[in-house]
Design a protein around this ligand. Structure first.
Ligand SMILES: [Zn+2]
Length: 237
């Protein structure tokens, strides 16, 4: 005799930040949690990213091409679906910057209160009178494929994020697609910029929305009040 099917899974509406549109999702089931746990144990950033994308994709009930969603969309969806699956709160350890041994205090985060902060004004960065970079918010997929973007080296991460944010380089005569430009050639192009030109590119990247949560808490040891801004998915896992 076959076991009965358990198909009374609840549905929720969750916002996709870059689309400013809500989609129907179901919570993570045991099968997704299992894949996530195996990926986390591997400590391989690429495998973790892949498991996250797969889990989010499986839980979205509407027609959405998750391969085209931005990095922050997938991170936000992942945390919100997780909140619906295993609980609305998570605990993190925060180091006090007011006492000598940087005492760690356990702080409870309300996942439903995580916000997206940041906004880019326009998608063009003018480098010289006749060179303009066409910019975009990188997709989760492109970040995942770029090993440096999800690696542990902060400088390489920053460069990779810039690489994935530049869609094309436009001159008066042509539009050069970044998909057709090698990593090395792009690196050389970036390194030939003046500080000021590079600053403009970095400014764009810094304004790309990210998960943000403001915390006010009292240190368990020195009792002083701390104000911290948590940013990015890593802060909440
Ligand atoms: Zn303290």
């Amino acid at each position: 005799m076959a076991l009965p099917k358990l198909n009374n899974v609840p549905k929720y509406q969750i916002l996709v930040p870059s689309l400013n549109k809500k989609v129907s999702v179901r919570p993570f089931l045991v099968k997704e949690e299992k894949v996530m746990l195996i990926a986390l144990e591997s400590q391989d950033p690429q495998q973790i990213a892949m498991a996250m994308l797969d889990a989010v994709t499986a839980c979205i009930l509407d027609e959405v091409d998750t391969k085209k969603l931005t990095g922050y969309d997938i991170e936000y969806l992942f945390l919100q679906i997780r909140a619906k699956s295993v609980g609305e709160t998570t605990k993190v350890l925060l180091k006090c910057d007011k006492c000598e041994d940087q005492h760690e205090t356990e702080v409870t985060i309300d996942l439903s209160k995580i916000e997206m902060k940041g906004q880019t004004d326009n998608n063009e960065v003018k480098i010289t009178d006749n060179i303009v970079l066409e910019m975009q918010h990188p997709t989760f997929m492109s970040m995942m494929k770029n090993e440096k973007a999800i690696g542990f080296d902060k400088t390489e991460q920053a460069f990779a994020l810039i690489k994935e944010s530049v869609m094309s380089v436009m001159t008066d005569e042509e539009r050069i697609d970044m998909n057709e430009t090698s990593h090395e050639e792009f690196q050389e192009f970036l390194e030939s910029m003046t500080q000021e030109q590079f600053g403009k590119v970095r400014e764009y990247v810094e304004k790309i929305p990210k998960l943000t949560y403001d915390v006010n808490y009292e240190c368990g040891k020195c009792k002083k009040k701390n104000t911290v801004v948590l940013e990015g998915l890593q802060s909440f896992l």
